[in-house]
Ligand binder design. Structure first.
Ligand code: PMP
Length: 380
């Protein structure tokens, strides 16, 4: 019986230690135990975020965190430039529009990323109060030069809001040095914890803007969370098992070392792409904007991607994601983040090669594995 290789770009595999931590007995969320947990999680998240401001952990998924960011930062009628390089950028635009924000779109073709200077030029013409970007676009496997965007926006005074749902914990982020005002993420990707936690971090000036914002809101109101954070509490019942799990996951990241974690993610991306080249399944984005956490790729010779995914699932015990929007049936996406290792990548490439053979492609599986191993460098 083959062991399942689970390579969705979220939710990702949950390490045993995290799953065990989640089964701990409940604690009083108004007691000393939770206060300690609250402080420990905040402290363990800080090196991933590098922020001078607040970090909120709310029950919800990434989409909830995105809405929370939009409704706290902007009043109805205020303007935003929303940069979309795939499905999740478009979702940010929809969320903003739904919140009555006046949206200008900057859309780039799926598989490409915008030049930071192009974002800067759009700010000069559109004059928005905030720019919304996706750090790592999970629908296309592309990663934005977030540091470059931060630099390009530095003198503009415009708020920078970042969707880091599929990057935080796998790709470096520096809110302080890159001028990020609001960053949102979620538990179920590189943070190796099951779905259920939304994370929102913000700069002091974003916090001040939210404090002044008269927009009616209740459950997502940062101000209430910040008020209670002073007591190391949350205003409403926290999702305790997820908090137990997240702390354990952050301890695992700390033990591996953040730089090693980032290097492992980059190695998994290089390996995947090198293997795919031999397989004849070209990645969607260029190597220069390749995501360290997810790779999206097309099929050789017009093969239907969903048929290959089905073969992977049914015959080879492998779970991968399909395409979204207009890429449905066209691509497969491998998530290689969180607890995934270079060994998972090799197993995934091998099973992909076999599944492609089954549907008629000619694939040199050993050569693909060797190319991946070489691209991974030492230890693979
Ligand atoms: N943004 C990005 C980049 C994502 O990858 C996802 C989830 N795939 C989301 C937002 C939405 O998160 P959720 O499904 O947790 O609401």
């Amino acid at each position: 019986m083959l062991e399942t290789v689970f390579m969705l770009p979220g939710p990702t595999e949950v390490p045993q230690a995290v799953a065990q931590a989640m089964s701990r007995p409940m604690i009083n969320h108004r007691g000393e135990g939770f206060k300690r947990l609250f402080s420990e999680v905040q402290a363990a998240l800080e090196p991933l975020l590098n922020t001078d401001g607040g970090i909120l952990i709310l029950p919800g998924s990434g989409t909830g965190a995105m809405e929370c960011a939009a409704v706290n930062l902007l009043e109805p009628g205020e303007s935003a430039l929303v940069v979309a390089m795939g499905a999740f950028g478009h979702r940010f635009a929809d969320i903003c529009r739904g919140a009555g924000i006046s949206v200008t779109n900057l859309n780039v073709p799926w598989g490409e990323v915008p030049d930071p200077q192009a974002i800067r030029a759009h700010i000069e013409t559109a004059g928005p109060k905030a720019v919304f970007v996706t750090h790592n676009e999970t629908s296309t496997g592309t990663c934005l030069d977030l540091e470059g965007v931060g630099r390009a926006l530095a003198s503009t005074g415009v708020f920078l809001v970042v969707d880091a749902v599929s990057s935080l914990g796998g790709i470096p982020v520096n809110m302080r040095e890159w001028g990020i005002d609001v960053l949102v993420s979620a538990s179920q990707k590189a943070l190796m914890t099951p779905p259920g936690l939304a994370l929102v971090a913000f700069s002091p000036r974003a916090q001040a803007a939210a404090a002044r914002n008269p927009r009616p809101r209740y459950y997502w109101d940062w101000n209430l969370y910040l008020r209670d954070a002073l007591k190391s509490q949350t205003p409403y019942t926290p999702a305790l098992p997820q908090w137990f799990g997240l702390l354990e996951a952050l301890r695992l990241i700390e033990a591996e070392g953040l730089e090693s974690v980032f290097a492992r993610h980059r190695a998994m991306s290089r390996m995947t792409r090198a293997g795919l080249e031999i397989v004849g399944a070209p990645p969607l984005g260029m190597a220069s904007c390749a995501s360290p956490t997810v790779t999206a790729f097309r099929m050789p010779g017009g093969i239907n991607a969903d048929q290959v995914r089905q073969a992977l699932n049914e015959r080879y015990g492998m779970v991968a994601a399909g395409g979204q929007g207009h890429l449905k049936g066209e691509i497969i996406r491998f998530g290689h983040m969180g607890a995934a290792t270079t060994g998972h990548v090799l197993a995934a490439l091998e099973r992909l090669g076999l599944a492609l053979r089954d549907v008629g492609a000619t694939v040199d599986v050993p050569a693909a594995l060797e190319a991946a191993r070489q691209a991974g460098g030492e230890g693979t």
